[in-house]
Design a protein around this ligand. Structure first.
Ligand code: MOS
Length: 734
């Protein structure tokens, strides 16, 4: 372990460097991006979920003003499926190519793409396309409608969970379900595709969490070398996993642009966005716990079933966090998937684990009730001081501190555990808590940094800022190492022409990107030190590494010379450094995870059937927060999403034909300001220097895990009703 570095900019509250661009409308989002001579695409969605497209009648649509062409199965170019490999970096969200055959797998699947001179013309014409289908019998919608237990796709086991469950004096065996959820990100999916050099060069603007994945997949699909495909994503109106990997609209748009010889932009309408670009799959989970009378867990069994589509096999691994959650010798998880006639589901913020943690942390609360134990005490009783899954020490785990600190701020000690015992006027107060956890991962990353003649610094990395603040933390890192103010650091992200950066996913961006940016910055500084100590330099003859770096200047022997002066003396426009970093072998010696605790107060007014979350107190342990403003904002946003998951959100499918009923932002319920309680979020500051030199693990997802369980546990405390199906609605309480 190295000594703890002292940081001046990293770890400080820093306003977003891109804030002004966003507020003034200069930020270049894909949906807003325009090109000369651009056409507009509008997909035509299938209106059945399962069957065959027999014919399309296009005459009326073709005759509409501004229509240029309509692409469909009958005349669509031959393309190659992407190999869809995470390892090769060409993963896609839906493997089937658009218009590949005449089969229909879900409502909303594209059966044609209308291309017209304006968006409105394309849209109007799309409504004039007539389709005839042959409907197949046996539409499957949702897990509840099926007794099918699906296909096993993963399992884990240690010890003898069945045996231990069989002989445990206290047992619990319950089933939990969660409705499918929509990401409902602000900016819809959008693609703007342009071909150059006689169709040998494809440039795509896409609102994506992974420009390199999309580039590689497009290269395979259009049979081009990857360097002939560029993907650009400068600003992204958020993505919660639904923009990790490419969806069919992008392929259709690129194919249309090549077919027509003009740039084409497709912005998905909200309805299609919700039907065709992923959702958190519905899940059904069975938890079996066995415990001793003193609360020691003897057995944990966690069986999960999640939906997938009939075109792809998406696995939402609900049991992911379970093996390492508690000190327990006997643990098993089983994961199964069941194909249904919905669009393909995909990762959604804390995928799998957020569903799994709801079930497990609800079950732990139920066990506490059965044991007549405080649920906080039960968690501490079974505290995993090392990682029981891998038998390794944690690099840094302060869940105990999270639980204690949040409990104290919440006032847990004065909670009366008796059901419905805490009242305030007409309202009954319920208090519940749950733990939060999310894995800590790191990806390879490269970056380039240029110290420029005007004293500013330019930093470039191909990773994206999906709205989480990557631009700002990159600028902070450069500022930290150069002493140049954050405002003088220009950051460019989100282009495949830049050094390769990771997906903005899995809460891995910070931990992956900053080490590469730091390495590139040091490389640039070393180049400048070489220049300055060379012939005719300001520090001619000194050893390069002996020069210090201070506030945008090199210093030695009591003299300081600004970067700009050094570059000017040598008539250089700048010096550039490169950096490339990857995880080391730290995972062989330690386990890395992030932790947290949520304490929730609900108020239930039985007279008017009103249930509200009144207070959330959270403590989160993610190592060092690089920018505490943005980090807190991530956790707050995740808690809002957790309140939605607990009380409001759910995709409703028509049981007759698997049509998504609430495919719009008004009928799909999410929390609004009036639903928001006071949020008290604390970020513990235990830098994890075994993970990277800045001690940061990642913060995008952990805040969501555990929120819904804490709400359900609080609802039980208020009402005595144990609700195991999300969302919890007032109808289930009266
Ligand atoms: Mo996240 S589900 O990796 O965007």
């Amino acid at each position: 372990m190295t000594a703890i570095p002292e940081h001046h900019v990293v770890g400080r509250r820093t306003p977003r460097v891109d804030g002004e661009d966003k507020l003034t409308g200069r930020a270049d989002y894909t949906v807003d991006h325009r090109l000369e001579d651009m056409l507009y695409g509008y997909p035509v969605p299938a209106s059945i979920a399962h069957g065959t497209l027999e014919s399309l009648t296009l005459d009326a649509a073709r005759a509409m003003p501004g229509v240029v062409d309509i692409l469909h199965h009958g005349h669509f170019p031959d393309l190659h499926r992407s190999p869809n490999s995470l390892r090769q970096g060409d993963a896609v969200s839906e493997v089937r190519l658009p218009f590949e055959d005449d089969r229909i797998h879900y409502h909303g699947q594209y059966i044609a793409l209308v291309v017209a001179e304006t968006f409105e013309q394309a849209r109007a014409a799309a409504f004039r396309v007539k389709a005839r289908y042959h409907r197949d019998a046996g539409v499957v919608t949702g897990l509840a409608a099926s007794d099918d237990t699906g296909e096993e796709v993963g399992h884990y086991m240690r010890g003898e969970p069945e045996l231990a469950f069989g002989i445990a004096p206290v047992i619990l065996d319950e089933t939990y379900t969660i409705a499918a959820e929509s990401h409902l990100q602000l900016e819809p999916h959008a693609t703007l595709a342009e071909w150059r050099d006689a169709d040998q060069h494809l440039i795509v603007h896409e609102s994506t969490q992974g420009v390199f994945y999309q580039r590689n997949a497009l290269a395979r699909i259009f049979d081009l070398p990857p360097e002939r495909v560029e993907v650009i994503s400068h600003y992204i109106g958020s993505g919660f996993g639904n923009k990790l990997f490419m969806w069919p609209h992008a392929v259709a748009t690129a194919a249309a642009a090549r077919w027509l010889g003009r740039p084409v932009k497709t912005v998905l309408p909200r309805q299609q966005d919700m039907m065709t670009t992923g959702h958190r799959p519905a899940s059904r989970q069975r938890i079996r716990l066995g415990a001793e009378f003193d609360g020691s867990l003897a057995s944990i069994q966690h069986d999960s079933l999640t939906e997938t589509s009939t075109v792809d096999r998406y696995v939402d691994a609900c049991g992911g966090a379970t093996p390492s959650a508690y000190a327990c010798d006997s643990v098993a998880t089983h994961q199964r998937i069941l194909p249904v006639h919905h669009g393909t589901p995909c990762p959604m913020r804390a995928p799998g684990e957020v569903s799994g943690v709801f079930a497990l942390e609800s079950a732990i609360d139920e066990l506490a009730v059965a044991l007549d134990m405080d649920p906080l005490a039960l968690r501490l009783k079974n505290y995993a001081h090392q990682d029981p899954q891998r038998g390794l020490p944690w690099s840094s785990k302060h869940l105990d501190r999270c639980l204690e600190s949040a409990a104290e701020r919440f006032g847990w000690a004065s909670r009366d555990p008796r059901i419905g015992s805490m009242g305030d006027g007409d309202e009954i107060i319920g208090q519940g808590m749950a733990s939060a956890t999310w894995f800590a991962g790191r990806q390879p990353c490269a970056a380039r940094v240029t110290l420029r003649a005007d004293g500013s610094v330019f930093a470039a990395c191909g990773t994206q800022d999906i709205g989480t603040g990557t631009y700002t933390i990159v600028a902070q890192t450069v500022a930290e190492l150069t002493g140049v103010p954050v405002g003088r650091v220009e950051v460019r992200l989100g282009e495949t022409r830049l050094p390769a950066g990771p997906l903005s996913g899995g809460s891995m961006t910070t931990a992956s990107t900053l080490p590469a940016v730091a390495a590139a910055t040091r490389d640039a500084l070393a180049a400048l030190q070489e220049v300055a100590t060379g012939p005719g330099g300001d520090f001619d003859g000194l050893y390069p590494a002996s020069l210090g770096v201070e506030a945008g200047a090199l210093v030695a022997e009591g003299r300081r010379v600004n970067f700009a002066e050094i570059l000017a003396r040598h008539r250089l426009s700048g010096v550039t450094g490169e950096g490339s970093t990857a995880p080391g072998d730290e995972r062989q010696a330690y386990s890395f995870r992030s932790f947290g605790a949520h304490f929730v107060e609900v108020r239930w007014d039985p007279g008017i059937s009103r249930l509200r979350v009144a207070r959330v107190v959270s403590s989160i342990d993610v190592g060092r927060a690089i920018n505490p403003v943005a980090a807190r904002n991530q956790v707050e946003g995740a808690i809002v999403m957790g309140i939605g998951m607990g009380l409001l959100e759910g995709l409703d499918y028509d049981p007759r034909d698997a049509r998504l009923i609430n495919a719009n932002a008004s009928d799909y319920r999410i929390p609004v300001h009036a639903d928001m309680p006071e949020l008290d979020v604390e970020l513990l500051d235990y830098p994890d220097y075994r993970f990277n030199e800045f001690g940061a693990r990642g913060i995008g997802e952990i805040g969501l895990t555990g929120v819904a369980a804490a709400i359900a546990n609080a609802v039980y405390h208020a009402t005595g009703k144990r609700l195991r199906d999300l969302p919890i609605t007032v109808e289930t309480l009266v």
